[in-house]
Write a new protein. Sequence first.
Length: 123
Amino acid sequence: MSHRIAHAAKTLFVLSVVAMPIAVGVAPLLAQQGQSQFVASQQITFEQRLLTGLRVKTPADAAYVNRVAAAVRAGQLPVALVDSSFFYARARAVRYDSRLVNNPVIYFRLALNARTQALGISF
């Protein structure tokens, strides 16, 4: 359990150190210089984060992630439940089965399905 917390804390720290200066400092600087290659409004969507972070490769997995994102937008699934399953899947794929290091989506599906079933949520 402490490894998961440490991994989540490390991820949040990296995001705060890397993403925040880019969003706050670089975008206005580029806008002032007239370079529109990076615009602050081009933020990654929740669905894109899931697709990229889970390293989705098959159309079936992409359809599942799209369904999850749609359920979050519709309010059927709590964001915290999806996020915690996302971080669990990424940690699990790296830690355990080296053959599946590039496929955390497998663990995401299993974890999210088990948790939604236990909570009585269908989407």
